[in-house]
Design a binder for this molecule. Structure first.
Ligand code: GDG
Length: 478
């Protein structure tokens, strides 16, 4: 660990980019979690004495800062009650459903909001403590929306960026939040507030106008009043669509062992003509129920035969202590059981349902094996699965069905865009994908691949950080 007050670049996110692994002999060590964010930020971290501030993922664990794989990590402790109220409660049962168009009903509890404020202050304090004078701090996501203003209050010298990985809802929905004003004030502590889609940035600036008056915003610029009556600042709200480490997915998918594993998967599934694939955290925003409904009707109507086609659904376990997620799991597993009971044969299953997390290597093989990728989210900030599928298809084959409610639809226009609420439309697109001639598949996939290559995760972080520097310079020269 470097001198603890000397970090020039700091990332603050709910979770540190490492997981604690306990070996069978009881020894514990840390393993880097595979997310794209770490990959994108690693070069910046190394070039500028970087540090990462976040929770280590276990409640009631007090840890000193440590270095893992060359990254300085600053753990922020959370008690079991804070995990329940700040994380499972306010973040995942208030903000998550509210920001995803109230697909599930958000719960509003004052004690959750209390915990959210206390924990956000703790993250802000931890970042303020390790930041060198004039350092750049990049705060990530909806769990930490109060951190920018809390940080600015104690360290006005810092350059502060914020990126929201999930959608920002229209004001008519956002206005439900009893603490809507405090959340907007928290975000406005940043010099640059980044969103996935242009529409999200627009929703945010409209919320600012509703709360602060119509003259506070012009284009992407927002005039932020000073809390102590001092001079105004300017903050920028703008879209920066996130991406993946395209080259590393492609490299993985080109390995002979991945290609062989993809062949094996097809064989183990009984060599069907068509493999359809869904890969999602088991979350009600992902539209898994809508997908199953459409698939079930295609089986019922005889458009799909279990001897010819199979649906592989990876539903990785997620937020298993939140009631809405427990209920969703029950509903999905009931539906899968019914469909398999009705349509499977001794030799062929209608649906291969997998409630597991898999290593990246297996994911790449699944992407390569899948003839049709189903992304049917009801609302999704971006959806990286869609981009990973495209990155893996170096054979220029495979059809991507993509919900127009996922941020990825703004870029991946050559996918088959669908409205998951329109079950007949979804079925038609699935049949179209099943029958699509090879030539059309190849030309669509080539164009999708060009698009994904143009904006990978390092162009995303470079573009955010260079706009952040410009915004901060402009704000300081006012
Ligand atoms: C949020 C926003 C936005 C899933 N199962 C396994 C596995 N995954 C990986 C996927 C993908 C990631 O998890 C999921 O990313 P998504 O973008 O699809 O969705 P969220 O988790 O909801 O992410 C989203 C994202 O933040 C980034 O800004 O795009 O809109 O909701 O990378 O591959 N990975 C492995 N095994 C699994 O079983 N290895």
């Amino acid at each position: 660990m470097t001198d603890s007050s000397q970090n020039d670049f700091i990332v603050v996110s709910n979770r540190l980019p490492v997981d604690r692994v306990i070996e069978p002999d009881g020894t514990a060590h840390w393993r880097r979690s595979p997310g794209g964010l770490v990959t994108a930020l690693e070069p910046v971290m190394r070039a500028s004495e970087g540090a990462w501030v976040g929770w280590a993922g276990k409640p009631d664990l007090e840890l000193e800062p440590f270095t893992e794989d060359g990254i300085d990590l600053v753990p922020v402790p959370l008690s079991a009650l804070e995990v329940e109220r700040y994380y499972e409660g306010f973040s995942n049962d208030t903000l998550w459903p509210l920001y995803h168009d109230v697909i599930a009903a958000p719960s509003y509890h004052r004690e959750w909001w209390e915990a959210y404020q206390v924990v956000n202050q703790r993250f802000a304090d931890a970042a303020a403590e390790v930041a060198a004078p004039g350092a750049t701090v990049w705060v990530q996501d909806y769990q930490l929306q109060l951190v920018p203003a809390m940080l600015r209050a104690q360290r006005p010298d810092l350059v502060i960026g914020f990126f929201n990985h999930i959608p920002f809802p229209p004001y008519g929905i956002f206005a439900q939040l009893p603490w809507r004003r405090q959340i907007v004030e928290g975000l406005l502590g940043a010099d640059l507030i980044g969103f996935q889609r242009v529409a999200d940035a627009g929703n945010f600036t409209r919320a600012v106008r509703r709360l602060y008056g119509p003259t506070t915003t012009k284009g992407t610029s927002i005039r932020v009043p000073s809390p102590d009556g001092g001079p105004e600042r300017v903050a920028i709200a703008k879209a920066f669509p996130i991406s993946i480490d395209v080259a590393s997915f492609e490299e993985l998918a080109r390995r002979p062992e991945t290609i062989e594993r993809a062949r094996q998967i097809r064989e183990e599934l009984g060599n069907p003509t068509t493999i359809m694939l869904g890969v999602d955290r088991l979350d009600y925003t992902k539209g898994i129920r809508h997908r199953l409904k459409a698939y079930g009707e295609l089986l019922r109507d005889g458009d799909i035969d279990v001897g010819d086609a199979v649906l592989v659904q990876v539903a990785s376990p997620s937020r298993e202590r939140v009631a809405a997620y427990m209920q969703l799991r029950d509903e999905i597993e009931l539906t899968v059981g019914r469909l398999n009971g009705t349509y499977s044969t001794i030799s062929h299953n209608a649906i291969a349902y997998l409630h597991h997390g898999y290593p990246r290597e297996e994911m790449a093989a699944l992407y390569l094996a899948a003839d049709i990728m189903l992304v049917t989210a009801l609302r999704d900030g971006m959806n990286l699965v869609a981009k990973e599928y495209v990155a893996c298809r170096h054979d220029d084959d495979g059809v991507l069905l993509l919900s127009e409610f996922a941020g990825a639809a703004d870029e991946l226009k050559n996918a088959l865009l669908i409205n998951p609420h329109d079950i007949d439309g979804l079925k038609e697109s699935m049949v179209k994908a099943l029958r699509m001639p090879k030539k059309e598949r190849a030309s669509r996939m080539r164009s999708l691949r060009r698009r994904v290559r143009e904006n990978d995760v390092s162009s995303w972080s470079d573009s955010f950080l260079s706009t952040l520097r410009q915004s901060a310079d402009a704000a300081r020269s006012v």
